[in-house]
Design a protein around this ligand. Structure first.
Ligand code: HEM
Length: 264
């Protein structure tokens, strides 16, 4: 009897181990994609049309399940994050941030999403594309500033802000040394916010009408407001031909919660 239960336990472990390693591999991939250079980020903003709200509740719930299945289907090729913008941004209900090493995978995911019943009720009001890259200026900074930049970012923040930025021709024409100096000034103005603001930078020149897509997470929007005011005062800001417009502000929520709000 004891032997039988030992055999059963061994069989169970043999079945579970590959599954467990799959789960940790998937988690590792997410961390890696969010950290590595050479990863494409697509920010797709959607607004639900008027007709969606005229559907009855069962129809909306079934459409929501159909959309969830699309996220599931593409989870091996892209990682996704969902944000609720409804009420905080005009012409926008939710944002999906998609990452993968091939922008084709981001596109295939969005084609499927737009092809669902809910997708057909969505207006794609904005899309930004960018790629993550190795640091261009930090290597030129003093060691003390480099060390400060290693401050761990906050985790689990509720708010997201996305600011697309277009630089002027002067910025690109000025030499690396001049830009190193201006970016040091930019960084000096920001380091005190490292504890409350998590950031991620995407390079967009040639992939979009923008040069950068800047992405932030925080629980302290008052800090973010002061951070931006500080940055508006540094020389580098003279080279921001366009800053936001649109600027996106939303809340970071699980996909299920956002879809539940849309199916209410
Ligand atoms: C905690 C707050 C922030 C810190 C610590 C920070 C720091 C930095 C650093 C160190 C770089 C240079 C990266 C490199 O070496 O390539 C950089 C680049 C940049 N930052 Fe910030 N930043 C912050 C907030 C912001 C904000 C609020 C904006 C605008 C909304 C912004 C816009 C940019 C842009 C556009 C670049 C790219 C410049 C370029 O490559 O030419 N940053 N930031």
């Amino acid at each position: 009897m004891k032997k039988l239960s030992q055999i059963a336990m061994l069989t169970l472990l043999t079945c579970l181990l590959p599954l467990l390693s799959l789960v940790s591999e998937a988690a590792m991939d997410r961390d890696k994609l969010l950290k590595d250079p050479g990863v494409y980020g697509t920010f797709a903003v959607f607004q639900v049309d008027e007709d969606w709200w005229k559907l009855d509740k069962p129809a909306r719930m079934s459409a929501v399940s159909e959309m969830k299945a699309v996220f599931q289907k593409h989870s091996e090729t892209v990682i996704t994050d969902a944000y609720l913008l409804r009420g905080l941004v005009e012409k926008a209900d939710f944002l999906v941030r998609i990452h993968s090493p091939e922008i084709l995978s981001n596109q295939n995911f969005l084609i499927d999403l737009m092809g669902t019943t809910l997708g057909k009720h969505l207006k794609n009001t904005y899309t930004f594309n960018g790629i993550t890259k190795a640091l261009a200026y930090v290597p030129s900074f003093p060691e003390e500033l480099k060390a400060e930049l290693k401050t761990p970012p906050p985790q689990g923040s509720p708010y997201v802000i996305v600011v697309p930025i277009r630089k002027d021709a002067e910025w690109w024409i000025s030499g690396q040394d001049a830009r190193n100096g201006m970016m040091k000034e930019h960084t000096d103005a920001t380091v005190s916010y490292l504890k409350t603001v998590k950031r991620k930078l995407y390079h967009a020149s040639g992939l979009d009408d923008w040069d950068f897509i800047t992405y932030f997470e925080t629980s302290k929007l008052d800090d973010f407001n002061n951070l931006v005011i500080g940055l508006l005062k540094v020389k580098e800001n003279r080279h921001n031909k366009r800053f936001g417009d649109p600027l996106l502000l939303g809340t970071i929520r699980p996909l299920d919660e956002i879809l539940e709000i849309l199916s209410r």
